[in-house]
Design a binder for this molecule. Structure first.
Ligand SMILES: [Cu+2]
Length: 153
């Protein structure tokens, strides 16, 4: 009886190992959270998307581009104020150092959607594709908020 029990345990061991390995999620090199955009008025054709992107990997990551089915174009912009005037400058890419978080937020980095198909309505969730140098293409969902924006948790 004892011998049978031992051989069952030995047989069971190799089966359980791959299950443990699958639980480690080897592809999670980014933590993307707090993706939001303000609702837009009926005459507004563009919108800014804000998001936090944390690089969980040990190598430099770069956001290269963005795209959405809701807009004909999505560009990476950075706002800055000079001489009391707000300007927006297109960015070729955004570098995210290992362990660092790139915060896209009002007054700074944002993803500019132009030629929206329809106004963004509060409470909607819409998909946005982000393309990274290492992680490749990642699809996220953007929450449409009221005019006040998202209260950070
Ligand atoms: Cu912009």
């Amino acid at each position: 009886m004892k011998n049978i029990l031992i051989s069952i345990l030995i047989l069971a061991t190799p089966v359980s190992l791959p299950v443990i390995a699958h639980g480690t999620e080897p592809h999670a090199t980014l933590d993307i959270s707090q993706a939001w955009a303000r609702k837009t008025g009926s005459r507004t054709a563009s919108a800014a998307v804000y998001v936090d992107i944390k690089n969980l990997s040990e190598t430099m990551e770069r956001l290269l581009s963005a795209g959405s089915d809701r807009a004909s174009m999505a560009m990476i912009h950075r706002s800055s104020e000079r001489d009391g005037i707000m300007r927006m400058k297109m960015q070729d890419s955004v570098e995210i150092r290992p362990g660092a978080t790139a915060s896209f937020e009002p007054g700074g980095l944002h993803i500019m959607l132009t030629n929206l198909d329809e106004p963004l309505k509060q409470g909607q969730l819409f998909p946005l594709r982000l393309t990274f140098e290492h992680a490749g293409q990642v699809e996220i969902f953007v929450e449409v908020t009221g005019i006040a924006g998202l209260e950070k948790q």
